[in-house]
Ligand binder design. Structure first.
Ligand code: SIN
Ligand code: MN
Length: 266
């Protein structure tokens, strides 16, 4: 999958790009079929909501689940990011955010690079997210909300919020967010399962709670240029990875290959 010049220009201008119909229903079914098995495991990589039950975010599934390992080397995800970041990338962080029906809590206003710079000493904002919707994302089930163009202001002042949710985050204050929204407005990209959303690591974003009866599961690959790898190893390896090897992509049909089949890079 190649991005057109217009798509690249739109990404640089707005800080995000929504691509519908990137993965088929069969490919998404391979991934969703693994979720119960992953979320039911008692392991630190499953960070639960404050209620202690629903999984809020699962880390590093690519290191212990074959389907998610394949997704982590998928050419439809890796190639566009290699193009946008101008060179080889490694996986800085890999997460499945469940945002479960009725239980999914908010993600406060933040920039991802704010955390990667402060906690992991990532030198520059040469990293970004590429996300795959495993469920339909609608206005009801806690979609991501972006302030278009907000990535252009660089890394903003932030405070370390350890209280609001079960997961610590460097968050922006209300005054900062209000000023940015005055300039850029707000959008909430929505789409069917199989849609892909790319966004700049300095794009200001959040998501509201999910009190709808529909789960909103999204997988995020946070990819970083290999030259820009993190310099501080304060957080657990499964939150901020220390393997800076460039990803070799698998063949395009890798998700549908039989389980257990050894796949060689494309
Ligand atoms: C994030 O910003 O890292 C997660 C937001 C979400 O999944 O809603
Ligand atoms: Mn984020």
């Amino acid at each position: 999958m190649n991005l057109s010049d217009d798509q690249i220009a739109e990404f640089h201008e707005r800080g995000y790009l929504l691509l519908p119909d990137v993965f088929s229903g069969d490919e998404i079914a391979v991934l969703t079929g693994e979720l119960d098995g992953i979320f039911s495991q008692d392991r630190p990589e499953n960070v639960r909501e404050k209620n202690g039950r629903a999984v809020r975010t699962n880390f590093a599934a690519h290191t212990y689940n074959e389907a998610y390992a394949r997704l982590g080397k998928h050419p439809r995800l890796i190639n566009p990011v290699v193009k946008l970041l101008g060179g080889p990338v490694y996986i800085h962080q890999y997460k499945i955010n469940a945002k479960a029906a009725f239980d999914g809590d908010v993600w406060q206003w933040h920039q991802d690079y704010g955390t990667w710079a402060r906690d992991d000493l990532m030198p520059e904002p040469r990293a970004m997210n590429i996300a795959v919707f495993l469920d339909e994302v609608s206005e009801f089930n806690g979609p991501l909300m972006f302030i278009p163009g907000s990535h252009k202001g660089g890394k903003l002042d932030a405070g370390h919020d350890l209280k609001t949710t079960s997961y610590p985050l460097w968050t922006l204050d209300n005054e900062t967010v209000a000023g940015l929204v005055d300039d850029g407005g707000m959008v909430a990209p929505k789409g069917k399962a199989g849609s892909v959303l790319l966004f700049h690591c300095n794009l200001v974003h959040c998501s509201p709670g999910n009190i709808s009866p529909w789960d909103r599961t999204i997988v995020y690959l946070s990819l970083c240029h290999v030259d820009n790898h993190i310099r501080q190893f304060k957080r657990p390896e499964w939150i901020a990875h220390r393997d800076f090897t460039a990803i070799d992509v698998l063949p395009d049909d890798c998700l549908l290959a039989p389980a257990g089949e050894r796949l060689t890079p494309a």
